[in-house]
Design a protein around this ligand. Structure first.
Ligand code: ADP
Ligand code: MG
Length: 611
């Protein structure tokens, strides 16, 4: 038997390798545009015909190539970007494999025109299915123009495999979007079948996003920014209310390279937890800067997957950054309450003279003189407190803290606000509708708040804090309560008993599917332990546990158990208090189920109705 192993001809080897790098017209667009960027171009034009089947042309004003380099650039593993294996760990350019041009040339007809600034004449190369056809001198501008014609003409199976024109073109656009977002300082033009599809002028990151995704994004974006020793993160995230079901605006970049990163995607979504309705996700445009030595971009030929050395630390940083920015955005209500009469904070100009405020101090004052420290430390909720206040259960909850040590006036005279306070005295008029909604005029129209959902959000954030700070506050029952459960219910409680107790319960396993409840979370009104445990089980059954979410569960359960119900009549002050507390929440748009809490009927809408 003769030997049977043979080396493949170069053209066949190239074709096989091309399959990895060049799958469709969009891959050609990506590779050529990236090369143009690596060549330092400031303006790049892309001309496409028939979604790239007939022609893909990329013209740049970059540094161009010498005659020899132009020829070399089509060789497999020909690259000017790395020289030795070590360079792989310090990649700053987008390309580095030296595979793209060889791959493209293996499956198409390619014409390259290129000229360096210092050369008088440029060079033109024609190459067809890896076969070098011609090279001659041409007069052309500094820069490079690649024309890729009849893609996959020699691989019919691949050509047939291409999808509809609309689909393939959409993929080309999305490749262009990725580089355009990463390099807003570069001008991009795109023509399809002789029609200009895009013309992006050089601008900043935010403007580029708006140009690509529409003017509405302008109001929808929250800036994020953080600098740490392992990564710099900046970019924009979408406001919760602009989250959508389908998400075509989620982008990560690392050192200006687009990447997919499901793990970091989770970090972002996680930060939005419980402020989004179900099944929607936010837009984001997030740019990481990381020491190139600390990432590995060499794990996939199309290079959109990237391995980070400090993956988990960066997860935490990203999560915290997004969360913090969301928090900041929410605290400053974008709702424009009528504040004409409120205090103006003067703007300093250059000529403003600043006087140092004088402070009067009573040097003899001793704050501890007459104080009984032990009294201060008393638990916040005592049985008497509730009686004294003669309030409904839920009212105890959220008027309790402030009024604890004050005399309790009749509800009518209850002054939660100091009327002399100029900000509070202009708190807008408030009305309750159907014992369900709170209505209040705001500058742009009529604000409507769902009272129950608002209260759930307020309590949710409060409990979340208590739980995360592990400040367990339990109200011990006088008589322990024995509750008999089904086997499955009992299991649920026992599986979660540690966190449940951390949330303020004092529950013990009593065996035989029974538990003993010795106490309930301290500031739950009407602590009906049986009902609470039932709700607890209900929630646990409906929300299968996920890693690291114990405190969140507890917060949800507790807030649901104690929120004011619909049908409850509220006084003006109670409504004011509710509104105030709602807008002090990290997020006031959605309750913990992601249902909207508020809505504004715009003046224009009203005017239209009354026309
Ligand atoms: P890589 O980008 O991975 O280096 P390519 O096959 O894409 O490999 O390109 C090979 C080489 O050709 C590049 O390293 C670069 O030197 C040169 N080149 C490609 N496109 C351009 C361009 N538009 N302008 C200048 N040089 C280019
Ligand atoms: Mg390249």
């Amino acid at each position: 038997m003769p030997d049977i192993i043979q080396l493949l001809p170069e053209s066949v080897a190239n074709q096989i390798a091309a399959g990895e790098v060049i799958q469709r017209p969009a891959s050609v667009v990506k590779e050529l545009v990236e090369n143009s960027i690596d060549a330092g171009s400031t303006s790049i034009s892309i001309v496409i015909k028939d979604a790239g089947r007939t022609l893909i042309q990329v013209i740049d004003n970059g540094k161009g190539m010498s005659e020899t380099d132009a020829r070399m650039s089509f060789e497999r593993h020909a690259t000017s970007k790395i020289r030795k294996a070590d360079d792989l760990f310090a990649i700053r350019s987008i390309g580095f494999r030296g595979e793209a041009l060889a791959s493209i040339a293996a499956v198409a007809e390619v014409v390259l025109q290129t000229k360096r600034d210092e050369d008088e004449m440029g060079t033109e190369i024609f190459i067809r299915a890896t076969e070098f056809v011609s090279q001659e001198a041409v007069a052309c501008n500094t820069g490079t123009a690649f024309s890729v014609k009849n893609l996959f003409f020699n691989v019919p199976a691949r050509r047939k495999f291409l999808k509809s024109e609309a689909y393939e073109f959409r993929l080309c656009i999305s490749e262009l979007q990725r580089v355009a977002l990463a390099f807003p300082n570069i001008e991009f033009k795109m023509l399809h079948n002789n029609t200009e599809i895009l013309h992006l002028a050089p601008c900043n990151y935010k403007q580029r996003i708006i140009e690509l995704f529409g003017k509405s994004k302008n109001q929808d974006l929250i800036e994020i920014k953080t600098n740490t020793s392992i990564t710099k993160i900046r970019g924009y995230i979408g406001k919760p209310e602009s989250a959508k079901k389908s998400q075509d605006a989620q982008f990560f970049f690392v050192n200006n390279r687009f990447m997919r990163h499901p793990y970091y995607h989770k970090a972002v979504l996680n930060a939005y937890e419980r402020i989004l309705p179900p099944n929607v996700s936010p837009a984001y445009f997030i740019y990481f800067e990381v020491d190139p030595e600390k990432i590995d971009v060499n794990i996939h030929p199309t290079k959109t997957e990237i391995k980070f050395e400090d993956e988990q630390a960066i997860w935490q940083i990203l999560h915290a950054t997004v969360k913090e920015s969301l928090g900041k955005f929410s605290i400053v209500p974008s709702l424009d309450f009528n504040t004409e009469a409120s205090i103006e904070i003067p703007v300093l100009t250059k000529n403003t003279r600043i006087t140092i405020p004088s402070i009067q101090i009573d040097p003899t004052y001793n704050p501890f003189e007459n104080e009984d420290i032990a009294k201060q430390e008393k638990p916040r909720f005592e049985k008497d407190y509730f009686k004294q206040n003669n309030l409904q259960n839920w009212e105890k909850l959220y008027t309790g803290f402030e009024n604890e040590n004050k005399e309790t006036p009749e509800p009518e005279n209850q002054k939660l606000f100091d009327d002399k306070d100029p900000v509070k005295s202009v708190t807008p008029n408030i009305l309750q509708l159907k014992n369900k909604y709170i209505l209040s005029p705001v500058k742009s129209g009529l604000l409507i708040i769902d009272q129950k959902r608002a209260h759930e959000r307020i309590l949710y954030e409060k409990y979340l804090k208590i739980l995360s700070e592990k400040r367990r506050q339990t109200q011990q029952s006088l008589y322990p309560l024995v509750i008999e459960l089904s086997g499955q219910e009992h299991n649920l409680i026992i599986e979660n008993i540690e966190e449940i107790n951390q949330g303020g319960f004092d529950i013990q396993d009593f065996g035989n599917n029974t538990i003993i409840v010795n106490g309930c979370p301290a500031d739950i009104p009407s602590p009906n332990p049986k009902e609470l445990v039932e709700r607890l089980i209900d929630e646990l059954q409906n929300n299968p546990r996920q890693a690291g979410k114990a405190s969140d569960y507890m917060a949800v359960i507790l807030c649901k158990a104690s929120a004011i119900p619909y049908g409850k009549v509220l006084t003006i002050n109670e409504m004011r208090d509710l509104i105030d507390r709602l807008f002090a929440c990290e997020n006031y748009n959605y309750n913990p189920d992601g249902k909207p809490i508020l809505s504004i009927i715009q003046l224009e809408e009203l005017e239209k109705k009354l026309r």
